[in-house]
Design a protein around this ligand. Structure first.
Ligand SMILES: Nc1ncnc2c1ncn2[C@@H]1O[C@H](COP(=O)(O)OP(=O)(O)OP(=O)(O)O)[C@@H](O)[C@H]1O
Length: 156
């Protein structure tokens, strides 16, 4: 059961686990540049870099939106999350079904599925309005887990 602030003693403040453990931020983003600084002398440049205050919709719009639109033009796309344990892969991809997650915190996969089906619907409606044959779409999904050298089909 979660505690509400009223139920806590007045001098008790909730603290993030990271604060309790004394963790600090060890990377910096160069302002206005897609670059991460690690420590004092290591700089890495990418197509996009998002700082700590970035929100899910930012990341989606910048990195994924165009890939889904590209599917309608016949392009293939891959979105791949890579990082050390606890770095936020599940959170960012949106496969963590935590009931306390808000709409704004929705990750990449639910946003991509929504965009895909909305795109299909829009194209069918447009064809109908134009009096042309509505296009047909086939969507298939797989949910796999890779563990070392093993592949698990999570739908089975
Ligand atoms: N950008 C973020 N904003 C707020 N909370 C976050 C963010 N990224 C991750 N978290 C939180 O940090 C914790 C660890 O994140 P997550 O489970 O996504 O990591 P992971 O990379 O998938 O880890 P693992 O490889 O161990 O599965 C979770 O409680 C998650 O809700």
């Amino acid at each position: 059961k979660s505690l509400h602030s009223q139920q806590l003693p007045h001098n008790f403040q909730t603290m993030a686990k990271e604060k309790i453990e004394g963790c600090h931020v060890c990377t910096l983003v160069t302002p206005g540049e897609p670059q991460v600084l690690l420590g004092k002398d290591k700089a890495f440049t990418y197509d996009f870099v998002f700082d700590i205050d970035s929100e899910q919709h930012h990341i989606y719009q910048a990195c994924v939106y165009k890939l889904i639109e590209g599917c309608f033009e016949g392009y293939n796309a891959t979105v791949f999350a890579y990082g050390q344990t606890g770095s936020g892969k599940t959170y960012t991809m949106g496969t963590g079904f935590d009931v306390s997650l808000t709409q704004q915190e929705q990750g990449i996969i639910p946003r991509a599925v929504h965009q895909l089906f909305e795109g299909i619907q829009n194209r069918k409606v447009r064809a109908q309005e134009a009096g042309t044959q509505p296009p047909e779409f086939k969507v298939s999904a797989q949910f796999l887990e890779v563990g070392d050298t093993l592949l698990f089909d999570l739908f089975k």
